[in-house]
Design a protein around this ligand. Sequence first.
Ligand SMILES: Nc1ncnc2c1ncn2[C@@H]1O[C@H](COP(=O)(O)OP(=O)(O)OP(=O)(O)O)[C@@H](O)[C@H]1O
Ligand SMILES: [Mg+2]
Length: 287
Amino acid sequence: MNAISSFVQARPLDGILTLARSLSGHHDDPRRDAKAERNATGAHVQIEGLQHRYKGAAANCLDKLEFKVTPGQIVALVGRSGCGKSTLLHLIGGLMQPSAGGVYIDGNRVKSACPRWVVMFQAPSLFPWMTVAQNAALGLRFAGRKAEIAKRIPPLLELVGLTAFADRNVQDLSGGQQQRVALARSLATQPELLLLDEPFSALDAFTRRALQQDVRRIAKELGLTVVLVTHDITEAAIMADRALVMAPDPGRIVTDTLLDPGPERHRDNPQFEAERARLATLFEATA
Ligand SMILES: Nc1ncnc2c1ncn2[C@@H]1O[C@H](COP(=O)(O)OP(=O)(O)OP(=O)(O)O)[C@@H](O)[C@H]1O
Ligand SMILES: [Mg+2]
């Protein structure tokens, strides 16, 4: 059993319930339909005075966060374990409500999960008994948009490089291929915002690098806004246009920096390597 299938087996319901929750509402929103027809562009995200304290906790886990993400921008949230990255991502996605302040997407306060913004986790949470195409179509099915499946799924499988695997059972796929199915499923509902919580950390280094490049390319092709949580500085430098470095106790943003690694985002490019090293220094300064 590979790393991804063991994750799927370990926590199959988590991701599936979150997916169902995020896809169940709002499909009657006329603004979404209008935007979908115009080839969706990325969302504008605004975080205003955001604070969060978990029930029973003595102190805030996040404190007075303020930032904006412009449409189409890819932002990496980097920081050490426990500084509040996942909490922040879940608040942005409407999976939880903040203790104070708010998240605004395209000017509207986020009150719940919605198919216009999708969260992808480390485990792809696929249905193991279904084919690649059926899993990719799940989001549309949950959102009551079955009529779109025939039109949307084949081009999406092509985009993520899985056309030849459409009728294969997902259990027969590698971890990287399974994460590509989850990506196709996330993209099928034409989200404006992709929220990624360490989505590649269970994969081997080679597969991880390939997916990092591909997800950046796909997000740029579709004009999606992306917020990516990662511990991996190289991943942030490969994927992001901008990095927010977080520090703990309470979780806060200590550095907000644009990344300019040049057009070739790999370690053989000296400009990339210099930018990666700059980000690593900023990250280490939070220790
Ligand atoms: N459900 C919860 N109830 C109470 N405290 C929580 C809960 N979830 C997270 N925390 C606490 O909030 C803080 C931030 O957690 P969070 O999971 O957001 O961190 P993170 O930066 O994503 O960490 P990691 O890199 O390990 O995933 C931690 O101190 C954690 O213990
Ligand atoms: Mg986390």
